[in-house]
Design a protein around this ligand. Structure first.
Ligand code: TRP
Length: 336
């Protein structure tokens, strides 16, 4: 397939610096495979990040950390476009135009806006309100076909499509209509908290024993697995309804080792949690070790990272400009 016959994948990642095992097994693990068949563009969305207050030095560090972790997880800067949102001004520029094609009412209905306004009641800024419009600009600038995101982002994908439709209705053939690309069940989409199997593994869990970070040290990973909440009977068997805790661990162990669920059940038949939990911990330690080491290496090599994000911004700017020029012409701006 030639470059321009391939479909385009775009995804934005928040520079929180804290990617979890859940993010990895649910999505990032598949990214290196996708880059063979699609034009892949990954953007660290530092402009979205400042819709809530950030410590400047921490934001800068987290932005580079996410970039390093993506590369360590197997994204190849020569195959995929990896860049930082604020380096490509077309995102802010298209967002302005799209603001004028977004209705106040539809933006007010976004549940993430309502949630974040409740959580940051002292800072309900306009950026938080137009967050989905900037996200739509991210996506539409690259004539994106597919947007891999968690289901929590589906409303933002819908509003992006509504905005694109409205714009295309007035100015035909401007934007490709994007679709959300949600992880399928069985692809490790849903890894739950080790401390509370009823909720998703998340870095915002108040109990740090609930999540494993890609950068966690081996001893922390082992401790969290040994403490993982399981069930009253001691069988190692997949039964998400009645044994959600152990089922989550089985899925993690299977994904980390590449074994099937049935093989895992066989391996631990009659053995109990005392043997299984440390084995699951070990498997995750070994899965994450090369990623952590590579990330640490990259973060020590700032020159290389700089080269990656500069090259990424250059490629992204070229693609983004083409769309932005088209949009500016269509809405009636005088060409420079
Ligand atoms: N809102 C997304 C999140 O919180 C991040 C994001 C910003 C994004 N722009 C995007 C995701 C474009 C996909 C495409 O996860």
């Amino acid at each position: 397939m030639s470059e321009n016959q391939k479909k385009t994948i775009f995804s934005g990642v928040q520079p929180s610096g804290k990617l979890t095992l859940g993010n990895y097994l649910g999505a990032i693990r598949n990214f290196p495979l996708l880059q063979e068949d699609y034009n892949c563009i990954y953007c660290v969305v530092d402009m979205h990040a400042i819709t809530v207050r950030q410590e400047p030095a921490a934001l800068r560090r987290a932005t580079l950390e996410v970039l390093a972790q993506y590369i360590a997880c197997g994204l190849d800067p020569d195959k995929s476009v990896l860049f930082i949102q604020s380096h490509v001004p077309a995102h802010a520029e298209l967002a302005w135009v799209l603001n004028c094609f977004t209705m106040f009412g539809e933006a007010s209905r976004m549940t993430q806006f309502k949630d974040k306004s409740a959580k940051h009641a002292d800072n309900i800024n306009v950026g938080l309100f137009t967050y989905p419009v900037l996200m739509a600009a991210d996506i539409l600038l690259y004539q994106t076909d597919l947007v891999p995101v968690g289901v929590d982002q589906s409303q933002h994908i819908e509003i992006c499509r509504d905005i694109a439709n409205r714009f295309n209705g007035r100015f035909p053939d401007t934007f490709t209509m994007p679709e959300g690309y949600y992880p399928k069940a069985g692809e490790g989409a849903k890894i739950t908290s080790l401390a509370d199997p009823a909720s998703k593994m998340s870095k915002s869990d108040p109990n740090p024993n609930g999540y494993i970070l890609l950068m966690d040290k081996p001893e922390d990973i082992m401790r969290k697995f040994k403490r993982a909440v399981t069930d009253s009977d001691t069988r190692i068997a997949m039964d998400p309804q009645n044994k959600p805790g152990v089922s989550n661990l089985i899925q993690i162990y299977a994904l980390a080792t590449g074994k099937t669920v049935a093989a895992v059940e066989d391996e631990f038949a009659g053995k109990g949690y005392g043997a299984f939990k440390p084995a699951a911990g070990e498997a995750v330690v070994e899965l994450l070790r090369p990623i952590r080491e590579k990330t640490e290496d990259l973060l020590r090599n700032k020159d290389y990272l700089e080269q990656v994000y500069q090259q990424g911004a250059q490629k992204a700017s070229y693609l983004a400009r083409r769309t932005l020029d088209k949009v500016y012409r269509k809405v009636g701006f005088v060409g420079r």
